[in-house]
Every structure is written in structure tokens, then in C-alpha cells.
Design a protein. Sequence first.
Length: 175
Amino acid sequence: MLLRHGDADRAIVVGVESSLHPAFIQSFRRLGVLAAPGEPCRPMDRNRGGFLLSEAAAAVCLERRPAKPGEIVLDGYALGGDASHLTRSNPQAETLKYCLARVVAGRAVDLIHAHATGTITNDPAELAAIDATVATVADQPRRPLLYSHKGAIGHSMGASGLVATVLNVIGHQTG
């Protein structure tokens, strides 16, 4: 928003998470959101059983200038808050539906990098929101592909959104 409104020409955005402390792990275990010991994280899978905690850091530099050929362009964003419950999002996913509809803006989408925690409360609501907004775009040639990095590297909590962004940029750059 600072770039879009001309308050900054360049912004360094950093996301870092280090929550592998026994107190954090036990808190998440008591909430019932962690995969069983020795079990993998299975986002959007029928046999999902929770997420794995991970530590991560990611950084991007955003600039306000015309894009050069081959550069990634941020062409939309949406912000929302869901205060319906202390530890989970609203089961009807109204906020997520709003954010998806605003960013997609009726355009066809071929790939969705889902938050997909692998938990029984998040994944069904997120998938329903995707089906209600993205997968129903009128001129969509096919259903979009869906993936999440959490099955490979775990849930880095506060850094997971920026980690997802960096992975998407790398994916676009390398095909």
C-alpha cells in the first residue's frame, strides 16, 4: 500500500518465524492441530491429521516502477480479518471468500497456492471458499491446480505467507 500510494519507492518485506520451543509445541499439541508424531502433514488430504511446525525466513524487495520483461508483477491484494474464534477461522470462510473474490476479480486462475494447514477445521473451509469463488469463474478453461508447501516444509506460522510468496515467484521464474 505504501508503494501504491507513492509513500515509498522500494520496500523490503521480511517474514521470520522461530516457534520450535517446547512450550509452543505443547500448546499446539493441546489444541489438537499438530500431526501425530512420525506422521507427515497432508494438506487437503482425506487422511489429514494436522500440521508440522517449522522455522523459516523469507524476504522480498518490492519496487514502484514499470516492470521489466520477465519480472513478477503484484497486480492485486486483499486484506481481511476473521475474529470469529480464538484459534480457528470462521467455518463459512466469509473473509477468505471476500479476499479471494477481490484478488481474482472474475479472472481465470490456473494455480492456487493454498494456506492448507492439514487440519480438519481449516482445510474444508478453505477448499469450500476456493470452490465458491475461484473454481467457479465463468471463463475458467479448467479447474485450477491446488497445492500447499506445508506438506514439504511444514507450517512456519507467521512467515508462511511470505514463504509462499517467495516459492510462487521462484516457480514463475523457473517454470
